[in-house]
Design a protein around this ligand. Structure first.
Ligand SMILES: Nc1ncnc2c1ncn2[C@@H]1O[C@H](COP(=O)(O)OP(=O)(O)O)[C@@H](O)[C@H]1O
Ligand SMILES: CC(C)(COP(=O)(O)O)[C@@H](O)C(=O)NCCC(=O)O
Length: 335
C-alpha cells in the first residue's frame, strides 16, 4: 500500500488562520491576533504602563495593548495549565500510593527563539503576569546564558565564533539545574552571565528557592538531548517543560532589530569602560555596524537557521511577530 509521507510537525508559516482542512490535520490551532485576544475572557490587566516599560527590552516595542491582547490570554491559558498539571500530579500520586508522596514541583515553562527576537521581554512579562495569580505567586526566571562556557574555555575549544550554539553551553549542568528545581530541592544555584563583560561573572551565583513556576529562557531550550556515549537517549532540558513558547519572526526582521539594538547599545551600554564592546564606540558607526552585520550573518543567523528554528515544532505555542514587533498570529498545539 502506498502511504503519503507524514506531515511536518512544524507549525505552517503563512497559513490562513482557521483554514479548514489543513487546520484539522495539524496538531496546531492557528489563531489571528483578534481571535487569540478574545480568549482572554475576564482576566484583568494587572500591570501599569510604567511597569510594562520597565520590563521591555532595548529596541522592543511593547505597550499595554500588546499585553492585553497577547500576554493576558497567555497568562490565563498558563494558569489553567498549572491547575490541570497539579490535578495530574494528584492522580499520579494516588496511583503510586506511598511511593508517590512527592513534594510539590514547580510548573516549568521554556521560552525559545533567536538572538534579538525579544524572548527576554516575553519571559519577563510572563513572570510579572503569572505572579499576580494567587495560586502561583512565586515565579522565577532564569536565562540559559549563565550556562555558557566561560570565555577562557570557549577560546580553548575554538568556540568564540560559536557563542550561542548548543556546543557553547554546559548542557549537562543546565539540565541538572532544571531537574533539581523540578524535583523540589530547597535551594538550587546557577552561574551568572554578563553581557557587559561578555563572560561568566566569577564567583557570582543565582539562587532559586522552590518557586511555584520556573521560566527558562534561552536560544536552545527546545533542543533535544544528545544521545549518551552508549547511544542511549538521555533526558534533556525540554523533557522537564510543562509548557513552551517559541518566539518567531522573519530572519530579515530579526536582523534589522539586532542591528538597531547594536546601534543603541553603542550609545549606551558599550560606553561603559568595562564593556567588552567598548572598542565599537571608538570607530565610526558604519564600521561598528559592519562588524555587527558580520556577527549576525556568521554567528547568530547561522545558529537561528541550523539550531534554533528547527526546534519551533516542539513548542506548545508559537507566537509570530511581524516587522513592527507586534504579534500577529499564534499557533497553539492542541494534540
Ligand atoms: N552586547 C550587549 N550588551 C548589553 N546588553 C545586551 C547585549 N546583547 C544583548 N543584550 C541584552 O540582553 C538581553 C537578551 O538578548 P538576546 O539574547 O539577544 O535575546 P532577546 O533579544 O531574544 O531577548 C536583551 O535584553 C538585550 O537587550
Ligand atoms: C548570550 C547569548 C549567547 C544568548 O544567551 P541565552 O539565549 O542562552 O540566554 C547571546 O545573546 C549572545 O550574546 N550571542 C553572542 C553573539 C552576539 O553578541 O551577537
Amino acid at each position: 500500500m502506498i502511504t503519503s509521507p507524514p506531515r511536518s510537525s512544524t507549525p505552517p508559516s503563512g497559513t490562513s488562520p482557521g483554514a479548514s482542512r489543513r487546520a484539522e490535520s495539524t496538531p496546531y490551532v492557528d489563531l489571528t491576533r483578534a481571535e487569540w485576544s478574545a480568549l482572554r475572557d475576564k482576566t484583568p490587566l494587572p500591570l501599569t504602563a510604567d511597569e510594562v516599560e520597565r520590563l521591555r527590552g532595548l529596541g522592543d516595542v511593547i505597550d499595554l495593548d500588546e499585553v492585553r491582547d497577547i500576554y493576558l490570554p497567555l497568562s490565563r491559558l498558563l494558569n489553567l495549565y498549572v491547575g490541570a498539571s497539579a490535578n495530574l500530579r494528584g492522580a499520579l500520586n494516588t496511583f503510586l500510593g506511598e511511593k508517590g508522596a512527592q513534594r510539590g514541583t514547580p510548573f516549568v515553562i521554556g521560552v525559545a527563539g533567536s538572538v534579538a527576537v525579544g524572548k527576554s521581554t516575553v519571559a519577563r512579562l510572563l513572570q510579572a503576569l503569572l505572579a499576580r495569580w494567587p495560586e502561583h505567586p512565586r515565579v522565577e526566571l532564569v536565562t540559559t546564558d549563565g550556562f555558557l562556557l566561560p570565555m577562557k574555555e570557549l577560546k580553548a575549544r575554538g568556540l568564540m565564533s560559536r557563542k550561542g550554539f548548543p556546543e557553547s553551553y554546559d548542557r549537562r549542568a543546565l539540565t541538572r539545574f532544571v531537574a533539581d528545581i523540578k524535583a523540589g530541592k530547597d535551594e538550587v544555584t546557577a552561574p551568572v552571565y554578563s553581557h557587559l563583560i561578555y563572560d561568566i561573572v566569577p564567583g557570582q551565583r543565582l539562587t532559586v528557592r522552590r518557586p511555584d513556576i520556573l521560566i527558562v529562557e534561552g536560544l536552545n531550550v527546545l533542543q533535544p538531548a544528545l544521545p549518551g556515549k552508549d547511544g542511549r537517549t538521555r533526558v534533556g532540558l525540554a523533557d522537564y517543560f510543562d509548557f513552551s513558547v517559541y518566539v518567531d519572526a522573519r530572519p530579515e526582521d530579526i536582523e534589522r532589530w539586532y542591528l538597531s539594538r547594536f546601534r543603541k547599545l553603542r550609545e549606551t551600554a558599550f560606553q561603559d569602560p568595562s564593556s567588552y564592546f567598548r572598542k565599537y564606540t571608538q570607530v565610526s558607526e558604519e564600521e561598528a555596524l559592519d562588524y555587527a552585520r558580520t556577527m549576525w550573518r556568521t554567528i547568530n543567523k547561522v545558529n537561528l537557521l541550523e539550531n534554533v528554528a528547527p526546534t519551533r515544532g516542539r513548542a506548545n505555542l508559537v507566537v509570530r511577530k511581524s516587522a513592527d514587533h507586534k504579534v500577529q498570529r499564534l499557533s497553539l498545539r492542541k494534540l
